[in-house]
Ligand binder design. Sequence first.
Ligand code: DP6
Length: 388
Amino acid sequence: MVVYRASTTAPVNIAVVKYWGKRDPKLNLPTNSSLSVTLSQDDLRTLTTASCSETYTEDVLLLNGSPSDLTGARTQACLRELRALRAALEAKDASLPKLAQLKLLLVSENNFPTAAGLASSAAGFAAFVRAIADLYELPASPTELSLIARQGSGSACRSLFGGYVAWRAGAHVDGLDSKAVEVAPAAHWPNMRALILVASAAKKGVSSTSGMQQTVATSGLFQQRIAEVVPANMETMEAAIAARDFPKFAEVTMRDSNSFHATCADTYPPIFYMNDVSRAAVRAVEAINTAAGKTIAAYTFDAGPNAVIYYLEEDSETVLGTFYALLESTEGWKKGTNPKSSVQLDEAVSDSLKTGVSRVIMTGVGEGPQKTDVFLVSEDGKPLSTSA
Ligand code: DP6
C-alpha cells in the first residue's frame, strides 16, 4: 500500500491596504486591489501535510487535532481545481500514478494558539493549496496557485508569497486576472517589524465574509473608497516600499485602516471591529510618533480589535520601550527585550492597554510557504501531531 505525502508551511499576512468587498462572491473576486506584509513563520505559521492513498475512503481534514468540514463551497472549489490540474498531467503522461482520483487525508496545525485571536484562514488556505499542489507535483507558480487559494479565502492568495505582496483585483468576469504577485521580497526591506497587541481572542462578532457584503450593499462611503482612496493608496504604498520610505508606508497604512473602519461605521446597521483597547493603541502610536518628531510606527486593524503595529528594527528601543512597562509580563513578550523609551502615554491609554491586552506577538516580515519533511501523516497513512 502506497501513501503519497507532501508537507508545507504557510505564513500569516497582515494587509496595509485592505481587501474589503466582493464584486463576485461565488468566484471570490474583490472590489479592489490590496497589499500585505507576510509575517515570519518563526512566530506564526500553519503546517499542513497532504496525503492520498487507495486505502482512504473519504476526503478528511484534521485541523489542530479535530475533524473539520471539507464540504463548504469554497474548499470544494479549491479541491476541484487542484484535482483537475493533476488529472490533466496524468492525461498527458500515462506513467504518472493516478492521484487525482484518490481520496485525500489533510492534517494541519498552527504554531500559535487559537486564543491568539488571529484569523488563521489566510495561512490555512495557503498551506492547504500549496501542500496539495506539491503532492500532485503541479508545475504551478505561486501566482497560479493564488488564483485557487483566493477561492478558499481572499486574503489567503497573498500568503503564497513572502515579503510584500499585492493582490491585483483584476477586471475579467472569470477572475483569471485576480491574483497575487510579489511587490518586493522580504530581503528588500528585511528590518520591518510587527508588534501585535491581542485585545480580544473572542471569535469575531461579524465575520469578514458577511461584514464586507453588508458594507458593499449599504455604504455610500465605500464607493468612494474603492473608486478613489484605494487606487491612490496602492500607488503610494508600492512607491513607498520600492523606496523603503517608512513614513510614507506608515501614513498610508494608518489612513487605509482608518478608511476601512470608516466604511464599517458607514455600513447600515454599522459594524464595529475596533474597541476601546484598539483606540488606546492608536493613541499610543500617535504619542510615539509625536515624541519622535517623525513617523516611526503605524497601526492597522483587521476585522477585529487586535492592533498590528509596524515599525523598523532600528526604532525598536522607542517603540517597544513605550509598551515595555505596561506589557513586559504579558504572555508573548520576548524575554530579554527590555528597551527604554521616554514616550509618555496618557493614564487612560496606559490603563486601557495594561488591562485590555491579553497577549503580544513580536514578529516581523518573513518568507513565503516552505516545503518541509516534517509530516503530520505517517508513512502508513495515520494522522500524527507535532504538539503531542
Ligand atoms: C479585514 O480574506 O477573511 O482582513 O475572502 O471572505 O474569506 P473572505 O475574507 P477574508 O477577509 C480579510 C479582510 C481583512 C483585510 C485583508 O486581509 O486584506
